[in-house]
Design a protein. Structure first.
Length: 419
């Protein structure tokens, strides 16, 4: 699937790039050819003027000079292979021709430019020559310049451009290939994570579903032989499994909601962290007492934050629940609220089993548990910290974890305070 996407991405990249390159090259070519042709025409006209001005009379017969200076420039054109000049009388009879191949009298319409193709391409221009004093028309001068030098220049340009475009396309192909590969890396890994996540979620849903099915079918099949207590027990197990599933689906929904790209709305309010933490700690107190764990809460500051109250409650409940859950009886859990440079710092510290260094980042992964078998019984499905981190990130904050095995862990949440 990804290979197809990759090659399609690459091909469309290349198609766009090559169209841009080709259009660009064609535009450069057209502009260049046009300006070259215009320059050439100007040159032919200048040449005609220069030839007309340089006609000499020898015993009453007009004569061309052998080489002619163009305009005021120092450029000299020699009549010969690539430059010709002809002289016609007013009736259009050729009286004189010099240089190259004599062309038949044509295009004598003064002031017009035309291209003569046989035997070589020549650009022709005719102009009337007048007597300097009397302004009387004496005849026509027709000049021609071979187009070959310009054509070879255009050829070189065309080849140059074609070569350039090919080389650019080759480089673009290599570049695109690299870029596409690069772009696909996060997509591939995101997809893999999603696949893993779906597999894990289905796996977690399967066990309560199996429990429901087994209990329901055995209760139905043996309904006559079962005592009321046994039937109640079956229903109890069905209810427990349903509760598990409800909790899991709620967790999944919460995860989706905290996802940056989910686009799901959340309602932000200005909250006092102190009263929020106080409420949660009081709610958790009975759980802690059952495990003979001392639960302390202390506020050193009273920062306010702009946050979703349900999500923040969820965040701290998850952290405190973990602290109690992963601390053996007669341990201690301390919650501390502080403020530091527009940041509210909330730390949840326990004296529990701790987390091995290699697992410090993995604990935040979805469905990750240090001990799958054990925590399943105690109810955790490995989503608590993933949700907590999602909530912290959704609020623009950060969470740090430090832990020592068998000594305890400390989670510190940092949230921007509201002024
Ligand atoms: N305070 C803690 N002390 C030691 N280990 C912890 C603590 N909090 C989390 N963990 C480890 O991280 C794992 C993931 O935690 P969590 O996402 O809350 O999932 P759950 O609690 O459902 O197992 C836990 O299974 C546990 O191994
Ligand atoms: Mg947990």
């Amino acid at each position: 699937m990804f290979n197809k996407v990759e090659s399609r991405l690459l091909l469309s990249n290349l198609a766009v790039l090559s169209s841009i390159l080709v259009v660009f090259a064609l535009a450069v070519y057209a502009l260049f050819v046009q300006s070259l042709a215009a320059q050439f025409d100007e040159r032919v006209i200048l040449f005609a003027q220069a030839v007309s001005a340089s006609i000499e009379s020898e015993n009453g017969k007009p004569q061309f000079k052998e080489s002619i200076y163009l305009g005021s420039s120092q450029e000299r054109i020699v009549l010969g292979e690539t430059a010709i000049a002809q002289w016609f009388d007013l009736q259009g009879h050729r009286l004189l021709s010099r240089g190259g191949l004599p062309l038949e009298a044509r295009g004598l319409q003064p002031g017009t430019l035309l291209t003569h193709d046989q035997p070589v391409s020549v650009r022709l221009y005719s102009q009337i020559v007048r007597d300097l004093e009397t302004r009387k028309a004496l005849g026509y001068v027709q000049v021609g310049l071979a187009l070959a030098p310009m054509q070879s220049m255009i050829h070189r340009l065309a080849w140059g451009l074609a070569g350039g475009v090919t080389l650019a396309l080759l480089l673009a192909a290599i570049g695109s290939l690299w870029l596409t590969r690069q772009a696909m890396i996060p997509i591939r890994s995101g997809y893999r994570r999603l696949q893993q996540f779906t597999a894990d979620a289905s796996h977690e849903l399967r066990s309560p579903l199996t429990a429901i099915k087994l209990n329901a079918s055995s209760a139905m099949r043996h309904s006559e032989d079962l005592s009321v207590d046994e039937i109640r027990d079956s229903f109890q197990q069905i209810q427990d499994a349903a509760n598990d599933m409800t909790r899991l689906t709620e967790d999944l929904l919460m995860l989706a909601r905290t996802d940056e790209d989910s686009g799901m709305p959340n309602s932000r309010e200005i909250l006092s962290l102190d009263s929020l933490l106080d409420t949660i700690v009081e709610q958790m107190r009975s759980v802690a007492q059952q495990k003979l764990i001392r639960l302390h809460y202390r506020a050193e500051a009273y920062p306010k934050v702009l946050a979703d109250p349900d999500q923040l409650k969820r965040l701290f409940r998850n952290l405190i629940e973990n602290a109690i859950q992963y601390t053996p009886p007669s341990g201690e859990v301390k919650i501390l609220l502080q403020e530091q440079e527009h940041n509210a710092l909330i730390s949840v510290q326990d004296t529990g089993i701790g987390i091995a260094p290699e697992n410090l980042t993995r604990v935040f992964d979805r469905f990750w548990r240090a001990d799958r078998a054990r925590t399943r019984c105690s109810g955790g499905m490995g989503l608590g910290l993933a949700i907590a981190l999602g909530i912290v990130r959704a609020h623009g904050g950060e969470m740090n974890l430090s832990s020592k095995v068998n000594q305890g862990s400390s989670f510190v949440v940092r949230l921007l305070t509201h002024k």
